[in-house]
Design a protein around this ligand. Structure first.
Ligand SMILES: NC(=O)C1=CN([C@@H]2O[C@H](COP(=O)(O)OP(=O)(O)OC[C@H]3O[C@@H](n4cnc5c(N)ncnc54)[C@H](OP(=O)(O)O)[C@@H]3O)[C@@H](O)[C@H]2O)[C@@H](O)CC1
Ligand SMILES: Nc1ncnc2c1ncn2[C@@H]1O[C@H](COP(=O)(O)OP(=O)(O)O)[C@@H](O)[C@H]1O
Ligand SMILES: [K+]
Length: 442
């Protein structure tokens, strides 16, 4: 089972580094050694060129150079100038080889970018980022130390253009940018080098979920009853309800005013919407809702847990209306903005602010889906296939999360588990999938 990997902001990383019992010099030694080890495993014994910046990211580069040379690898170092931090100066002194200039060094089969890491504050000068792009272009493999130089570690924004890397070696923990757009798509394989820091785990990469077992004495209601409120376009709810049934709910029922095509026969259609039924484990409202705000109001009058998706999100109007509700919201960027307005900060900041304002668990969807809890926990989805970008996949996700919630998982855990399973189902379904196909892979 994949353990959830912690994700640290720049500030949290600095705190963790400062608290490390081994001291900063040893941390840099471990980071550089980890970089050399990961590069060797990935690239084999090919000659390497390490670009060193002025700060501690550059310091890691000098350590890695020494470690690669000790392994017999032909390694050269090129720097922007003399190091400016004490740690990096010390690392530089222990590198016995020559140091070339980044401006005029020749390329090598393996390029290792140790120019800037978490300390990057602004984009690289155009001449420098062009140099980085051309050296990467002339290499076979490009490796980023901690982060590609040009990426804002907390937001995933590109402060200046970066090449496509084949490998990124994160030190101590992932940073938000490793799992946020647009930066995450250019990092290649992302591995974490353990440097022995103690990481706060409130932010993490969502790992393989632990799903509740089906008890030997289970009956259909104890496995979870999902009640779906179908709206004007019931096809969307057919996808959601099918996904809920396939995600282990014991009973899925849909209230609808007209028959719905495409529902599995095991999903029960009912004419009324009795939401005071204490057996309901989760209500689902939103997919295919259309302009039926009364269905959202109905859902909000029930004290049962609920998943609010699609049009229902836009109909909420005021996030404060959700206070005291046991709700999970699953907005994409448009729906998010319609309910919460334009929030400042990174996608992580925005997701957390929305969770706090509404008291709900927020699944902020996209290529970089986040799950935020009002108490500050934040799950970052592992990369999922871009072929999820097809109509109806969000309806499937909403049904999956509703089922997991009905099965008794806590709201935040159900949302994280649903997001993880959705991504893996898409991997199994393959690039030609449509949303309906996902159902066969749940
Ligand atoms: N702390 C630790 O114990 C450990 C840290 N570790 C490593 O340290 C990295 C963080 O190191 P860091 O904080 O020194 O920042 P780093 O990314 O090297 O850059 C800062 C330098 O760049 C400069 N600068 C910034 N932007 C610039 C630009 N656009 N163009 C030009 N210059 C620019 C900036 O100058 P300033 O703007 O401040 O004048 C400053 O000189 C981290 O990612 C990890 O690799 C590991 O070894 C584990 C132990
Ligand atoms: N480029 C992408 N890479 C990975 N996942 C994506 C991408 N685009 C969309 N998704 C996922 O696909 C789903 C789309 O949901 P949504 O936007 O609500 O679509 P719909 O309303 O058509 O069902 C979400 O789970 C989202 O995270
Ligand atoms: K770097």
């Amino acid at each position: 089972m994949n353990e959830a990997r912690p994700i640290l902001s720049v500030a949290a990383m600095r705190d963790a580094e400062a608290a490390a019992p081994c001291g900063l010099t040893e941390l840099m030694e471990r980071a550089g050694r980890g970089l050399a080890e990961a590069t060797c495993r990935f690239a084999g014994p090919m000659p390497a060129l390490i670009l060193c910046g002025p700060g501690n990211n550059g310091g890691d580069g000098y350590v890695a150079a020494r470690c690669l040379a000790e392994r017999g690898i032909a390694v050269r170092v090129a720097a922007l100038g003399e190091p400016t931090s004490d740690l990096a100066r010390a690392a530089r002194q222990h590198w016995e080889g020559p140091v070339e200039r980044v401006e005029n060094c020749s390329p090598a089969p393996v390029l290792i970018d140790c120019l800037f890491g978490t300390g990057l504050k602004r984009g690289l000068d155009p001449s420098l980022h062009e140099r980085l792009l051309s050296l990467a272009q002339e290499s076979h493999l490009a490796v980023a130390a901690d982060l590609p130089s040009g990426v804002d570690a907390d937001s995933g924004a590109l402060l200046s253009p970066i090449p496509d890397y084949h490998l990124t070696v994160a030190f101590g923990a992932l940073k938000p940018a490793h799992r946020l757009m647009p930066a995450m798509t250019q990092m290649g394989r992302v591995v974490v080098a353990n440097i022995g820091i103690e990481a706060d785990r409130r932010w993490f990469e969502i790992g393989t979920p632990a799903l509740p077992a089906v008890r030997p004495d289970a009956h259909k209601y104890s496995r979870g009853l999902v009640h779906c409120l179908a709206g004007e376009m019931p096809g969307a709810m057919a996808l959601s309800a099918s996904a809920a049934a396939r995600s282990g709910a014991g009973y899925v029922r849909v209230s609808t005013s007209r028959p719905i095509a495409g529902l599995p026969r095991s999903v029960v259609e009912v004419g009324d919407a009795r939401l005071d039924d204490p057996r309901i484990g989760c209500i689902l409202v939103g997919p295919g809702l259309g302009h039926l705000p009364q269905l959202l109001t109905l859902a909000l009058t029930s004290n049962r847990p609920k998943v609010i998706d699609a049009e229902a999100i836009s109909l909420v109007g005021d996030p404060a209306r959700l206070r005291g509700q046991d709700a999970i919201l699953t907005p994409h960027a448009g729906e998010f903005e319609r309910l919460f307005g334009t929030l400042s900060g990174s996608k992580a900041d925005q997701a957390l602010a929305a969770a706090e304002a509404s008291g709900a668990v927020i699944v902020f969807k996209g290529a970089d889906t986040l799950v935020a809890a009002p108490d500050g926990r934040l799950g970052f989805a592992p990369p999922a296939p871009a072929w999820l970008a097809t109509a109806g996949t969000g309806d499937v996700l909403a049904g999956m999360i509703a089922a997991l919630r009905a099965r008794g998982m806590a709201a935040f855990d159900a949302a994280c588990a649903g997001v993880w399973l959705h991504g893996r189902a898409a991997e199994h379904a393959g690039p030609d999938m449509i949303a309906d196909d996902l159902l066969e892979h749940l």
